[in-house]
Design a protein around this ligand. Structure first.
Ligand SMILES: Nc1ncnc2c1ncn2[C@@H]1O[C@H](COP(=O)(O)OP(=O)(O)OP(=O)(O)O)[C@@H](O)[C@H]1O
Ligand SMILES: [Mg+2]
Length: 213
Protein backbone atom coordinates (compact mmCIF):
# COMPACT_ATOMS: atom_id res chain seq x y z
CA UNK A 1 0.00 0.00 0.00
CA UNK A 2 1.27 3.44 -0.89
CA UNK A 3 1.77 5.85 1.97
CA UNK A 4 1.17 9.56 1.68
CA UNK A 5 2.36 12.17 4.13
CA UNK A 6 0.38 14.30 6.51
CA UNK A 7 1.50 17.85 7.27
CA UNK A 8 -0.49 20.00 9.67
CA UNK A 9 -0.44 23.73 10.33
CA UNK A 10 -1.37 24.96 13.78
CA UNK A 11 -1.59 28.22 15.66
CA UNK A 12 -4.03 30.69 17.11
CA UNK A 13 -6.29 32.88 14.99
CA UNK A 14 -4.46 35.18 12.61
CA UNK A 15 -1.11 33.42 13.11
CA UNK A 16 -0.80 32.93 9.35
CA UNK A 17 -2.00 29.34 8.92
CA UNK A 18 -3.91 29.91 5.67
CA UNK A 19 -0.97 31.84 4.27
CA UNK A 20 1.36 28.95 5.12
CA UNK A 21 -1.02 26.35 3.64
CA UNK A 22 -0.85 28.38 0.42
CA UNK A 23 2.95 28.26 0.46
CA UNK A 24 2.94 24.48 0.97
CA UNK A 25 0.36 24.06 -1.82
CA UNK A 26 2.51 26.05 -4.25
CA UNK A 27 5.57 24.03 -3.24
CA UNK A 28 3.75 20.71 -3.79
CA UNK A 29 2.18 21.82 -7.08
CA UNK A 30 5.50 23.03 -8.45
CA UNK A 31 6.80 19.50 -7.85
CA UNK A 32 3.66 17.86 -9.30
CA UNK A 33 3.06 16.06 -6.04
CA UNK A 34 -0.57 14.95 -5.68
CA UNK A 35 -1.98 16.61 -2.60
CA UNK A 36 -5.15 17.30 -0.69
CA UNK A 37 -5.62 20.56 1.20
CA UNK A 38 -8.10 20.44 4.01
CA UNK A 39 -9.00 21.99 7.35
CA UNK A 40 -10.43 21.36 10.77
CA UNK A 41 -12.96 21.72 12.07
CA UNK A 42 -14.43 20.74 8.70
CA UNK A 43 -13.11 19.09 5.58
CA UNK A 44 -16.25 17.14 4.61
CA UNK A 45 -19.88 18.29 4.24
CA UNK A 46 -20.90 16.76 7.57
CA UNK A 47 -17.80 18.08 9.34
CA UNK A 48 -18.36 21.54 7.82
CA UNK A 49 -21.94 21.45 9.18
CA UNK A 50 -20.51 20.59 12.61
CA UNK A 51 -18.07 23.51 12.14
CA UNK A 52 -21.06 25.83 11.69
CA UNK A 53 -22.45 24.72 15.05
CA UNK A 54 -19.03 25.06 16.70
CA UNK A 55 -18.29 28.55 15.42
CA UNK A 56 -21.73 30.17 15.33
CA UNK A 57 -21.75 33.21 17.65
CA UNK A 58 -25.43 32.38 18.37
CA UNK A 59 -24.26 29.57 20.68
CA UNK A 60 -21.86 31.68 22.73
CA UNK A 61 -23.41 30.86 26.10
CA UNK A 62 -24.73 27.40 25.56
CA UNK A 63 -21.98 25.09 24.30
CA UNK A 64 -20.39 23.12 27.13
CA UNK A 65 -16.66 22.40 26.93
CA UNK A 66 -17.37 18.66 26.76
CA UNK A 67 -19.84 19.23 23.91
CA UNK A 68 -17.25 21.32 22.09
CA UNK A 69 -14.60 18.60 22.45
CA UNK A 70 -16.94 15.84 21.33
CA UNK A 71 -18.18 17.85 18.35
CA UNK A 72 -14.57 18.52 17.36
CA UNK A 73 -13.88 14.80 17.39
CA UNK A 74 -17.18 13.98 15.70
CA UNK A 75 -16.14 16.20 12.80
CA UNK A 76 -12.63 14.76 12.93
CA UNK A 77 -13.95 11.18 12.72
CA UNK A 78 -15.74 12.15 9.54
CA UNK A 79 -12.75 14.09 8.20
CA UNK A 80 -10.28 11.28 8.82
CA UNK A 81 -12.36 8.48 7.39
CA UNK A 82 -13.63 10.43 4.36
CA UNK A 83 -10.59 12.55 3.47
CA UNK A 84 -7.34 12.01 5.37
CA UNK A 85 -7.07 8.22 5.50
CA UNK A 86 -8.11 7.59 1.85
CA UNK A 87 -5.73 10.29 0.57
CA UNK A 88 -2.81 8.88 2.57
CA UNK A 89 -3.65 5.36 1.37
CA UNK A 90 -3.60 6.69 -2.21
CA UNK A 91 -0.08 8.03 -1.65
CA UNK A 92 -1.09 11.69 -1.61
CA UNK A 93 0.24 14.42 0.62
CA UNK A 94 -2.38 15.87 2.94
CA UNK A 95 -2.05 19.39 4.34
CA UNK A 96 -4.51 20.19 7.11
CA UNK A 97 -5.15 23.69 8.45
CA UNK A 98 -5.43 22.63 12.11
CA UNK A 99 -5.69 19.01 13.28
CA UNK A 100 -5.25 16.99 16.49
CA UNK A 101 -2.94 19.41 18.31
CA UNK A 102 -5.69 22.04 18.15
CA UNK A 103 -7.88 19.96 20.48
CA UNK A 104 -5.11 19.82 23.08
CA UNK A 105 -4.56 23.56 22.70
CA UNK A 106 -8.17 24.80 22.59
CA UNK A 107 -10.24 22.25 24.49
CA UNK A 108 -7.34 21.21 26.74
CA UNK A 109 -5.43 24.45 27.35
CA UNK A 110 -8.20 26.92 26.55
CA UNK A 111 -11.20 25.16 28.12
CA UNK A 112 -9.29 23.23 30.78
CA UNK A 113 -10.42 19.72 29.83
CA UNK A 114 -8.04 16.94 30.94
CA UNK A 115 -5.44 16.05 28.33
CA UNK A 116 -5.93 12.32 29.06
CA UNK A 117 -9.51 12.47 27.80
CA UNK A 118 -8.38 14.15 24.61
CA UNK A 119 -5.69 11.52 24.23
CA UNK A 120 -8.28 8.77 24.64
CA UNK A 121 -10.39 10.31 21.86
CA UNK A 122 -7.29 10.73 19.71
CA UNK A 123 -6.41 7.05 20.00
CA UNK A 124 -9.95 6.06 19.19
CA UNK A 125 -10.60 8.41 16.29
CA UNK A 126 -7.25 9.16 14.67
CA UNK A 127 -5.38 5.88 15.14
CA UNK A 128 -2.43 5.82 12.79
CA UNK A 129 -3.42 9.01 10.94
CA UNK A 130 -0.75 11.04 12.68
CA UNK A 131 1.02 14.02 11.14
CA UNK A 132 4.70 13.58 10.45
CA UNK A 133 5.36 17.31 10.35
CA UNK A 134 3.52 20.15 12.06
CA UNK A 135 4.22 23.85 11.62
CA UNK A 136 3.22 25.69 14.78
CA UNK A 137 2.93 29.40 14.05
CA UNK A 138 3.51 31.12 17.36
CA UNK A 139 2.77 34.72 18.20
CA UNK A 140 1.15 36.81 20.95
CA UNK A 141 -2.66 36.47 20.78
CA UNK A 142 -3.22 40.23 20.60
CA UNK A 143 -1.21 40.38 17.37
CA UNK A 144 -2.96 37.34 15.88
CA UNK A 145 -6.43 38.57 16.75
CA UNK A 146 -5.68 41.98 15.27
CA UNK A 147 -4.61 40.28 12.03
CA UNK A 148 -7.65 37.98 12.01
CA UNK A 149 -10.00 40.90 12.60
CA UNK A 150 -9.17 42.23 9.15
CA UNK A 151 -10.81 39.09 7.73
CA UNK A 152 -14.28 39.81 9.17
CA UNK A 153 -16.39 39.58 12.32
CA UNK A 154 -15.15 37.25 15.05
CA UNK A 155 -16.72 33.79 15.34
CA UNK A 156 -17.76 32.22 18.66
CA UNK A 157 -14.28 31.04 19.62
CA UNK A 158 -12.59 34.21 18.37
CA UNK A 159 -14.84 36.18 20.74
CA UNK A 160 -13.08 34.61 23.74
CA UNK A 161 -11.01 36.82 26.00
CA UNK A 162 -7.28 37.28 25.56
CA UNK A 163 -6.42 35.02 28.53
CA UNK A 164 -8.19 32.14 26.76
CA UNK A 165 -5.83 32.52 23.79
CA UNK A 166 -2.84 32.85 26.13
CA UNK A 167 -3.75 29.42 27.52
CA UNK A 168 -4.22 28.04 23.99
CA UNK A 169 -0.82 29.38 22.98
CA UNK A 170 0.82 27.93 26.09
CA UNK A 171 -0.75 24.50 25.47
CA UNK A 172 0.45 24.55 21.86
CA UNK A 173 3.98 25.26 23.08
CA UNK A 174 3.73 22.41 25.61
CA UNK A 175 2.81 20.10 22.72
CA UNK A 176 5.82 21.36 20.79
CA UNK A 177 8.01 20.56 23.80
CA UNK A 178 6.57 17.05 23.95
CA UNK A 179 7.04 16.37 20.24
CA UNK A 180 10.12 18.32 19.22
CA UNK A 181 10.88 16.06 16.25
CA UNK A 182 7.45 16.54 14.72
CA UNK A 183 6.46 20.09 15.64
CA UNK A 184 8.45 22.97 14.23
CA UNK A 185 7.73 26.18 16.10
CA UNK A 186 7.85 29.17 13.78
CA UNK A 187 8.01 32.70 15.15
CA UNK A 188 5.00 34.16 13.37
CA UNK A 189 5.97 37.72 14.26
CA UNK A 190 8.46 37.48 11.42
CA UNK A 191 7.42 38.76 8.03
CA UNK A 192 5.49 36.44 5.73
CA UNK A 193 8.62 36.23 3.56
CA UNK A 194 10.78 35.13 6.49
CA UNK A 195 8.21 32.54 7.52
CA UNK A 196 8.06 31.27 3.95
CA UNK A 197 11.86 30.92 3.77
CA UNK A 198 11.91 28.78 6.94
CA UNK A 199 9.09 26.64 5.60
CA UNK A 200 10.73 26.02 2.26
CA UNK A 201 13.93 24.99 3.99
CA UNK A 202 12.06 22.46 6.11
CA UNK A 203 10.08 21.14 3.14
CA UNK A 204 13.30 20.67 1.20
CA UNK A 205 14.64 18.59 4.10
CA UNK A 206 11.46 16.54 4.08
CA UNK A 207 11.77 16.00 0.35
CA UNK A 208 15.23 14.54 0.87
CA UNK A 209 13.81 11.89 3.20
CA UNK A 210 10.94 11.10 0.85
CA UNK A 211 10.76 8.01 -1.34
CA UNK A 212 8.01 9.54 -3.44
CA UNK A 213 10.34 11.53 -5.67
N1 LIG B 1 4.06 36.66 8.88
C1 LIG B 1 3.08 37.56 8.71
N2 LIG B 1 3.28 38.85 9.04
C2 LIG B 1 2.28 39.74 8.92
N3 LIG B 1 1.06 39.47 8.45
C3 LIG B 1 0.80 38.20 8.10
C4 LIG B 1 1.79 37.17 8.20
N4 LIG B 1 1.24 36.02 7.79
C5 LIG B 1 -0.03 36.30 7.44
N5 LIG B 1 -0.28 37.62 7.60
C6 LIG B 1 -1.55 38.32 7.34
O1 LIG B 1 -2.33 38.18 8.54
C7 LIG B 1 -3.69 37.91 8.20
C8 LIG B 1 -4.07 36.54 8.77
O2 LIG B 1 -3.32 35.54 8.09
P1 LIG B 1 -3.95 34.12 7.80
O3 LIG B 1 -5.32 34.26 7.27
O4 LIG B 1 -2.97 33.34 7.01
O5 LIG B 1 -4.01 33.57 9.30
P2 LIG B 1 -4.79 32.31 9.86
O6 LIG B 1 -3.94 31.74 10.92
O7 LIG B 1 -5.21 31.42 8.75
O8 LIG B 1 -6.04 33.01 10.48
P3 LIG B 1 -7.43 32.33 10.91
O9 LIG B 1 -7.16 31.62 12.20
O10 LIG B 1 -8.30 33.52 11.11
O11 LIG B 1 -7.86 31.43 9.79
C9 LIG B 1 -3.77 37.98 6.68
O12 LIG B 1 -4.18 39.28 6.35
C10 LIG B 1 -2.36 37.71 6.23
O13 LIG B 1 -2.07 38.31 5.00
MG1 LIG C 1 -7.06 30.66 8.18
Amino acid sequence: MKNGRLITVEGIEGAGKSTVVGVIRDWLESRHIPCVLTREPGGTPVAEAIRQILLSPDFKESIQSETELLLMFAGRAQHISEVVAPALAAGKWVVSDRYLDASYAYQGGGRGLPFERIQWLEHWIAGACQPELTFLLDLPPAVGLARAKKRGPHDRIEQERLDFFERVRAAYLIRAGQFPDRIMVVDALQSAEEVQALLLKKLAELQETSQNF
